[in-house]
Each structure stands twice: as C-alpha cells, then as structure tokens.
Write a protein that binds this ligand. Structure first.
Ligand code: GUN
Length: 288
C-alpha cells in the first residue's frame, strides 16, 4: 500500500480563501486592508522567488503588500532604520525580513528590532518565549504549516512518538514546541544524533527539517508513519534541475501512511500561515 499524499497546495488554497474573506471583513470594518511589509536584502535567487510568491499571495488575499528590496551592500544601520519606520507605520501590520541575509548583516539584531506584535514570522525572542511558555504570540509559519498538514493527514498526536530532525529556530524548535503542546512525545534529533536511523524508526510522526537532499531513507520510516518533509533543495539529476526534499520520496511513499510531497507540501502552507498571521496581527493591533 502506498502512502496518502497530503497535498499542501490544495489545503493552502482553502486557507487562503478563508483568509481573503476575513481580510475583506477587516477592510470593511476599519477602512483599510491589513498590510504586510516584506524586506529583502540582496539577490539570493531562492529568496527572490519566495518573496515574490509571498507578495503575490498577500495581494491575492486582498491585503496590502509593501515591498522593500535593498541592495546586498546596504549597511545594517540603514536596515535597522527601515525596521523602525515600519514599526511606527500604522498601515503596516506585519513585517517579514527574508532570510538568509548577506554576511555583514546580523540577522538576529534586525529581527530583535522588529516590534514583536508585528513579527508575523514569529522569529523575535519574545515570540519564541511566548511559544515556549504557552502564551499567545506569533508562531513561525513553517511550523504552523506542518501542524496543519498533520491535522489534514488525520494523525492523532496525543501520546504519539514524534521525531523532529533539525533544531533550527525557524522550524525544528518551534514545531517541537507545538507537538509537545498537542501531547506528543517529542524527540529532537540533529546532525550529531547517534544512530539517527533508529531514532527515526520510532516515529509515528516524522518531521524532516535538515535541508539535506533525500537524507531520510525509506527504511528509516516506521510503516504507516506520517512524514512531513520540510526540506527543499535544488539538485542536478540526469541533466535536469529539480527540487527534492529531505526524504527519499520514491521509497518513503511505499512505507509511510501519509507523506507530504516536495514541492507542493510544506512550501505553500508556509505562505498560507504567513497570511493568517498577518491578518491576526491586524486584528490584534486594531483590538478585534
Ligand atoms: N527563509 C526561509 N524561510 C523563511 C521564512 O519562513 N521566513 C523568512 N523571513 N525567511 C525565511
């Protein structure tokens, strides 16, 4: 039996349609649409694609997109000044600072300058802290997307063994917190984990977020497990460029109970959750 394919594109479209309805209601009530500022520094081709998609989705949902594309050599002080202006701008509800950034910029310092209540990426330490202690705050979009995909797969989390491979602030740590909140038994594995294959084999829910193409093999997967593949790497194969995840998909699909494809799994969900977070930021800031 092959795994159920959990289609992130279809789910994201459904969520975006819901967000658009709520955004229209916000616009009617407040005389302005929710606004998302996107800051992109430099010319990283993948980041340019991601920001373009985010801008397009923001506009399609009836929200305002305020784009700031800055040259790679922009001094950090100038970026900090822009963040402060966006913090003070009442038309801006959410601020997205696209990562990675050129080496001379300290991303942590820029994120730290973002008003936590406009931090729709959930990267600010205040929001990371709110998540860790269970307070209401902004949760990183990819982590939220993973949880919605697990829900779509119909996987029961209470008491389940969840293994998260990857310990980044963007995905690994926040998704572990969310799984814990849902009463899963969470193992955070990473590059130094001893016998990673055996650890993965325990998982009823396996989240792969390491950024290593096809690292997770079919025989690392427990039969019937739910597999969420966060990775997205560009590889050259048979003279063609293609996108692959952290999971060796062709084998994994024969073993897993449910699996997300790459592309078309987690990626569209990240954007859908960014729009949801932006709408929530607008509602919170307006007191609704
Ligand atoms: N770079 C990779 N993923 C993300 C994300 O979700 N948000 C931002 N701002 N940058 C990223």
């Amino acid at each position: 039996m092959t795994a159920r394919i959990v289609d992130g594109k279809v789910l994201a479209e459904r969520l975006n349609a819901e967000t658009a309805v709520k955004a229209a209601a916000f616009t009617k009530a407040h005389g302005r649409a929710p606004g998302l500022a996107a800051v992109l520094v430099g010319e990283d081709p993948a980041s340019e694609v991601y920001v373009r998609r985010k801008v397009k989705a923001t506009v399609a949902a009836g929200m305002v997109s305020i784009e700031h594309k800055l040259p790679a050599e922009t001094p950090e002080a100038e970026i900090l000044a822009l963040v402060h202006r966006l913090n003070d701008d009442p038309k801006v509800d959410g601020i997205l600072f696209q990562l990675p950034v050129p080496k001379h910029i300290d991303a942590g310092r820029v994120i730290d300058a973002i008003d936590p209540d406009k931090d729709v990426d959930g990267f600010h330490v205040v929001n990371a802290g709110r998540l860790a202690v269970g307070f209401d705050g902004f949760v990183p979009c990819t982590a939220l997307g993973c949880m919605l995909l697990i829900g779509e797969a119909g996987t029961r989390l209470e008491g389940a063994e969840a293994v998260v491979v990857g310990r980044s602030n963007l995905v690994g740590k926040p998704v572990s917190q969310l799984l814990l909140r849902r009463h899963a038994t969470v193992t955070m594995a990473h590059s130094r984990t001893r016998d990673l294959a055996s650890v993965c084999r325990r998982a009823d829910v396996l989240i792969a977020a390491v950024g290593r193409p096809r690292m997770i093999q079919a025989d690392w997967i427990k039969p019937g497990a739910t597999v969420i593949d966060v990775g997205i790497s560009r590889i050259e194969e048979g003279g063609r460029r293609r996108l692959v995840g952290d999971v060796a998909y062709d084998g994994a699909v024969q073993v897993a109970g449910a699996i997300t494809p790459v592309p078309g799994g987690v990626g569209p969900m990240t954007i859908a959750c960014l729009l949801q977070n932006t709408l929530r930021a607008a509602e919170r800031r307006s007191g609704t």
